[in-house]
Design a protein around this ligand. Structure first.
Ligand code: UD1
Ligand code: CA
Length: 476
């Protein structure tokens, strides 16, 4: 394909009324990016000289959501005149006046058309020499789509929108997929002639094929074999269906790369995530955004990872983690909550009912049970006793806790930050540590225990406790 005489126009100006949403339709996400983001990701692979996104409804919000990730896209504003015909017209007017290549028109709400399908479509258009080529599909239920009406020789005669179709036309099962290739000249000639005299009072891009035919020109059609590439999102039911199809594709791609996915139906992998051979994913697991998983790691069941990095052979089960780094051979879960800035060293452990945030936990260090570790730096070979807590917040500021190598804390230690425990230090069970502990020291803050013998039998006579105590004491 000669990329330089290609312009891609992505239609994203519509409101998406049927979504019934505050969010513009094309910004609804599937697979970790907005619908129109998938179209732009694909467009970027086709090496076009121009990529234009036509915007109008909530244009600032749409531009803000896309500008950073798609720096090559040029945003073109549609005016008050509604319809896909007008949208393409403003895009063509924004191209250099001497641009005489092909214009590939895509819809921001059709995210499943992949680069291979579109390259083949363009090649077909160029080979046929027709001034316009429609992508079409044969479907069982054409409801909602424009119908492709063929003439007696089987050529494309025109496209009729559902709302303008006679009963006979509505029964046609070949639909307009909403993706087209046009010679730029053809659009410059015909779009100014498109009117708004139709059921929706809009300028239909789909009027152009019929006009070409009336002038004795030819319109080519490329019937796709996989109809799912044409699926568009107009309502929330279609959003879920298209999201599921996209996910199916992504899961399959990783399976073929050597990832074991036990239950594809309950495994959700975003398009930007990167897995590796011999990763195993157990049911009900979401691997989201730019998460990267190294070979041999086992993730799930019931795990959500957002923008995380998981090291080789790590095991992460029943965990919710965001912006966390999990070292090689480390174990996390079950029921762990890793918040941003958690960095767990190789062979480290974050165990059951543990929450971490902005916490660097060194190689081989363990936080096994019922802890909160926030704003902390922890050395190597450390063991935090069950229910050790970093008290990092004094109602005004957050403070750091520093823990040296080989420190062991007793159960239920509270480390009141800012505080530092030197290498090899220990704390007694229940210690409330407010002052730094020197290397190798034992910190104890709980008063020595005093037993008042016979207290229960004397003060709680007649209770089950008193009776049990009496039995044990008389047996001795
Ligand atoms: C359109 C086609 C229909 C086709 C279907 C395929 C027309 C008239 N009809 O119908 O034949 O079967 O797509 O999915 O083209 N848009 C703008 N500006 C506008 C209106 C729409 O940019 O003024 C954008 C929308 O944001 C959307 C795309 O164009 O991304 C399609 O618009 P939509 O209203 O969804 O058209 P359909 O009714 O689906
Ligand atoms: Ca649509």
């Amino acid at each position: 394909m000669t990329g330089n005489n290609l312009a891609i126009v992505v239609l994203a100006a519509g409101q998406g009324t049927r979504m019934k949403s505050r969010l513009p339709k094309v910004l609804h996400p599937i697979g970790g990016r907005p619908l129109v983001g998938h179209v732009l990701t694909t467009a970027a692979r086709l090496q076009a000289a121009h990529i234009e996104v036509v915007v109008r409804h909530e244009r600032d919000q749409v531009v803000a959501a896309l500008a950073k990730d798609y720096p090559d896209a040029v945003f073109v504003d549609q005016d008050d005149i509604p319809g896909t015909g007008r949208a393409v017209q403003v895009a063509v007017e924004a191209l250099p006046a001497d641009f005489d290549g092909d214009v590939l028109v895509l819809s921001g709400d059709c995210p499943l058309a992949d680069a291979d399908t579109l390259s083949a479509f363009l090649a077909e258009h160029r080979e046929s020499g027709a001034p316009a080529t429609l992508m079409t599909a044969l479907v069982d239920d054409p409801t909602g789509y424009g119908r492709v009406i063929r003439d007696a020789d089987g050529g494309v005669d025109r496209v009729v929108e559902q709302k303008d179709a006679s009963a006979e036309e509505a029964a046609v099962r070949e639909i307009n997929a909403g993706m087209y290739a046009f010679r730029a000249e053809t659009l410059r000639t015909y779009l100014p002639q498109v009117g708004v005299d139709n059921a929706q009072g809009e300028m239909y891009l789909t009027d152009v094929p019929g006009m070409l035919r009336r002038d004795g020109d030819r319109v080519a059609a490329s019937v796709v074999s996989d109809v799912t590439v044409t699926y568009g999102v107009n309502d929330r039911a279609q959003l879920a269906e298209v999201g599921r199809l996209l996910n199916q594709r992504i899961v399959r791609r990783w399976q073929l790369e050597g990832v074991t996915v036990i239950d594809p139906a309950t495994t959700w992998i975003d398009d930007d995530a990167k897995l590796s051979p011999d990763v195993t994913i157990l049911p009900n697991t979401q691997i989201l955004r730019a998460t990267v998983v190294a070979p041999g790691a086992i993730i799930g069941p019931d795990t959500t990872l957002v923008d995380c990095e998981v090291g080789e052979d790590a095991v992460v089960r029943r965990t919710d983690a965001t912006l966390a780094v999990i070292g090689a051979e480390a174990t996390v879960g079950p029921f762990s909550f890793l918040r941003p800035g958690t960095v767990l060293g190789a062979k480290g452990k974050i165990g059951a009912y543990v929450e971490t945030k902005n916490a660097e936990i060194g190689e081989g260090s363990k936080v096994p049970h019922l802890s909160y570790v926030g704003d902390a730096t922890i050395g190597r070979g450390v063991n935090l006793g069950a229910s050790t807590i970093t008290a990092n917040y004094d109602d005004v500021h957050k403070h750091r806790t520093e823990i040296g190598d080989e420190v062991h804390t007793g159960s239920h230690t509270v480390l009141v930050a800012p505080v530092r425990l030197g290498a090899g230090a220990k704390t007694g069970a229940g210690a409330v540590v407010r002052k730094d502990v020197p290397a190798g020291a034992l910190a104890m803050t709980v008063a020595p225990q005093r037993n008042v013998e016979g207290w229960v039998e004397k003060n709680r006579a007649g209770t089950g406790a008193a009776d049990a105590a009496a039995r044990e004491n008389s047996a001795e």
